[in-house]
Design a protein around this ligand. Structure first.
Ligand code: 0X9
Ligand code: ZN
Length: 306
């Protein structure tokens, strides 16, 4: 059974999304993207009150790292609020003017694996298996094809959490996310990838701490405004900086969105408040609404600028 303030199975999340699409057919659409390595069907949630208007799109994904359960929980909560607030006209305009594309569980195989027993709880990678290794899984956030493997990665599939894969985009899951970006690159103005570790809101570059993008000040300003909005709602502020200044790691989805797809605003948002990878379920009802205020701020700013 599904609980919006709980950690749900992949199946329960999918069931909830189907229900929303059924309840709000003019607002919520599901687009099938393909199948994960183990064959789970990935569905992109599109929320739009003006589907013909060609509005700017905000693309949010979550759960590339399977153990970071708070990320799919936040993405699912975001979907639920956007759908229901819009229905009750409480949204304050962010749905007329902006479309939201949300993929709440990028790595469903790893997610289910990490839910399967206590000693699997901290599984991070996908669950793929390649012919030239007896070990499982690739770090999806090292697998994107922009500056692939130039920093912060491992080539050891067996003993490392940050194995980048045998080649860029070896994983069906990262290929699907990149297709969403490339197929919609004219319209997507903001990409946010949800993770869990250390309360950061970071922007490109992630592959290096030596340079910043030319437009870094815009990225920094929007990030700080979002942090303030979350803080105003009683939440913990984010540390806002470039990902590479935190620690350099290449092949992340944020760098690909910005550097390869040309999406002008791109972030990795780490939700954790000090609990690192295992955010307590009991705090979701407090934290998710606070972070939602940050997403409203993103929405307002994207609507205003584009
Ligand atoms: O290392 C990561 O993939 C992210 N942190 S986590 O603890 N959730 O694993 C940070 C990624 C930041 N972006 C890039 N380095 N490109
Ligand atoms: Zn992560």
């Amino acid at each position: 059974s599904f609980n919006i303030f709980g950690y749900n199975s992949f199946g329960a999340i999918q069931g909830y999304l189907e229900e929303l699409a059924h309840k709000f057919p003019n607002l919520v659409q599901l687009q099938e993207l393909g199948k994960s390595f183990e064959g789970r069907t990935m569905k992109l949630v599109k929320i739009s009150s003006q589907p013909e208007a060609g509005n700017p799109v905000i693309f949010v994904d979550a759960g590339i790292h399977s153990r970071e359960w708070v990320a799919p929980a936040m993405a699912t909560y975001l979907i639920s609020r956007l759908a229901t607030d819009s229905d009750s006209m409480q949204i304050g305009g962010i749905l007329d003017g902006v479309d939201w594309y949300i993929l709440p569980v990028v790595n469903p195989d790893g997610y289910e694996y990490s839910r399967s027993s206590a000693n699997k709880r901290l599984w991070r990678k996908t669950r793929s298996k390649t012919t030239n290794s007896r070990c499982y899984g690739v770090d999806g956030n090292r697998n994107y094809g922009f500056k692939w493997a130039v920093s912060g990665v491992s080539n050891d599939p067996c003993h490392a959490e940050t194995f980048a894969g045998n080649k860029a985009f070896s994983e069906p899951e990262t290929r699907m996310v990149s297709s969403v970006m490339l197929d919609n690159k004219q319209r997507i103005k903001l990409y946010v990838s949800l993770h869990s570790y250390g309360q950061y809101l970071v922007y490109p570059w992630g592959y290096t701490g030596d340079y910043l993008p030319k437009q870094w000040k815009k990225l920094d300003n929007m990030g700080k405004a979002v942090s303030v909005a979350v803080q105003r709602a009683g939440g913990k502020p984010f540390k806002v900086m470039s990902a590479g200044k935190w620690y350099p790691a290449a092949g992340g989805s944020d760098d690909f969105a910005y550097g390869a797809a040309g999406i002008p605003y791109s972030y990795t948002m780490e939700l954790t408040e000090g609990y690192e990878f295992t955010f307590p379920e009991s705090l979701l009802s407090k934290t998710l609404p606070q972070v939602y205020e940050g997403f409203k701020e993103f929405g307002k700013r994207i609507k205003k600028e584009f």
